[in-house]
Design a protein around this ligand. Structure first.
Ligand code: HEM
Length: 453
């Protein structure tokens, strides 16, 4: 292992790009290889000469997410999303971020989520009522359209359903360009004249038009509609000059919430159906719980605490297929981490993909086993080894929204439908774009459950 006294940290690759070459370009595999080189911190130089660190140990991942707020900012991957998200909640920094977060927070309070829950179930039940026994569909695409519809109605009081297909395509084009590849091979990728990049640049005006339309509609309607956008529009900067948010800032916040608020949950659900289709015994227990708790009626928010197995299934899918499989921070002033000095400019990656499958904290970590979440088992064996929603001051603002949506959508759909994969399960691979997507979608055949038909 090369070690130089002047570096003050240990490099785990012999030449830049070694892990990428050895993993034959498989990004997740190459992060795994780096993580396997050290139980605490994997450190390497990427092809662009940048230092990249993976915080492997949960304690260190926790430290990166919660300590050092002044020495760390969002990493290169997220900085690059500014091309689309501008200066919204996900990408903004410091005092400005704190102010915007305070303004948005009331939209995510418990009583609000309870109101959203009714919309979540209602939209799902309406959609599922159009399905036929034996029908085939890409359930990943269906989940994207459904979660986009839900985020539009709950947070912005708008009906995005008519535009869901076009918006979905535009969002996909944009999201396809972001990945942790930026970390491994350098940050100039976005400027290359690749077809993918050209498609993304063409998609941004389509998204902008839809979002400015939402803002204009709210302005026209004038009155406070009690939704998140109304709250942001009526907010005044009382510590500053008392002004409201510009249309540009509103656009950035709305774009961020539309994107962060549906893509992640949609992928978590798509993977949940993929796992359930492969595990009939789990699917059977899930159906039994739903039968016992809901019978013939649709689930409600009040049922959520009575659905531990449903929650365990969704938790387990997010353990093995965490939608936000990695996030990163850039070092602004040197920090000590795990006994090493991490220099300015280094990118520190924390990765649920890595920590969620570490055999030190999970028994048979690669096995899909919802029972690990239920008594008498008590996994994970380290209290910080599960963090699909990040942590610290940048913890996902939508975490409770996502748990509620995930559990209620699984409950609403699984009580009446089973999903069968139409091809081999392992042909659907985890594709690390900005979130972890199923590479080819998830094509399923629907079967109506007899017990509740
Ligand atoms: C399964 C679903 C979801 C997952 C796995 C997820 C994951 C995450 C993670 C890991 C972060 C932190 C990123 C970082 O530290 O760099 C984050 C931030 C964020 N998420 Fe989520 N998220 C989900 C659903 C949602 C939903 C439903 C919304 C909104 C309705 C949302 C809105 C946001 C926003 C605005 C931020 C930035 C918060 C801030 O920095 O203040 N997310 N999410």
């Amino acid at each position: 292992m090369p070690h130089s006294a002047t570096l003050r940290y240990t490099l785990h690759n012999r030449y830049p790009g070694e892990h990428l070459v050895r993993s034959r370009g498989n990004l997740l595999r190459s992060i795994e290889m780096l993580a396997a080189s050290d139980p605490d911190l994997g450190v390497m130089r990427n092809v662009a000469g940048r230092t990249v660190v993976v915080a492997v140990h949960p304690e260190l991942a926790r430290e990166v997410l919660t300590n050092h707020p002044r020495s760390l900012k969002k990493g290169l991957g997220l900085q690059r999303t500014r091309n689309v998200l501008g200066n919204g909640l996900l990408t903004s920094e410091g005092e400005f971020h704190l102010r915007q977060r305070r303004l948005a927070q009331p939209a995510f309070h418990r009583e609000r989520i309870a109101r959203y829950a009714d919309v979540m179930v209602e939209r799902t039940e309406l959609l599922a009522a159009t399905w036929r026994d034996g029908q085939r569909m890409d359930i990943a695409r269906t989940m994207h359209q459904l979660t986009l519809d839900i985020v539009g109605r709950t947070l912005f009081n708008v009906d995005l359903q008519g535009q869901a297909a076009e918006l979905g395509r535009a969002l996909t084009a944009v999201l396809d360009t972001f990945s942790v590849w930026l970390l491994l091979i350098g940050d100039r990728l976005y400027d290359w004249p690749l077809p993918k990049m050209r498609r993304a640049k063409r998609a941004i005006p389509i998204l902008d038009a839809a979002i400015y339309d939402i803002i204009a509609q709210h302005r026209r309607d004038g009155s406070d509609q009690g939704d998140l956008l109304s709250m942001l529009m009526s907010a005044r900067d009382i510590e500053g000059d008392g002004s409201g948010m510009t249309d540009q800032q509103l656009r950035d916040e709305v774009m961020t919430l539309v994107l962060a608020g549906h893509e992640t949950t949609a992928n978590a659900l798509a993977w949940t159906w993929w796992y359930l289709a492969q595990h009939p015994e789990v699917d059977g227990r899930l159906a039994a719980e739903l039968d016992a708790v809901c019978g013939h009626r649709a689930p409600t928010m009040a049922d959520v605490p009575a659905l531990p197995y449903t929650r365990a299934v969704f938790s387990e899918a997010m353990r093995l297929r965490p939608p936000a499989y990695a996030t990163s921070r850039e070092v602004l002033s040197p920090i000590e981490l795990g006994g090493q000095t991490i220099p300015v400019g280094a990118q520190i990656v924390v990765s649920p993909w890595i920590t969620h499958r570490d055999p030190r904290w999970w028994t048979e970590p690669l096995r899909f086993d919802p029972d690990r979440w239920l008594a008498p088992r008590s996994e994970p064996m380290h209290k910080h080894a599960y963090f699909p929603f990040g942590g610290g001051s940048r913890l996902c603002i939508g975490e409770q929204f996502a748990w509620t949506e995930g559990i209620l959508l699984v409950a609403s759909m699984a009580r009446r439908w089973r999903f069968h994969l139409t091809g081999p399960a392992d042909a659907i691979r985890p594709q690390p774009a900005v979130t972890l997507r199923p590479s080819t979608g998830v094509t399923v055949r629907l079967e109506r459950r007899r017990s509740t038909a």
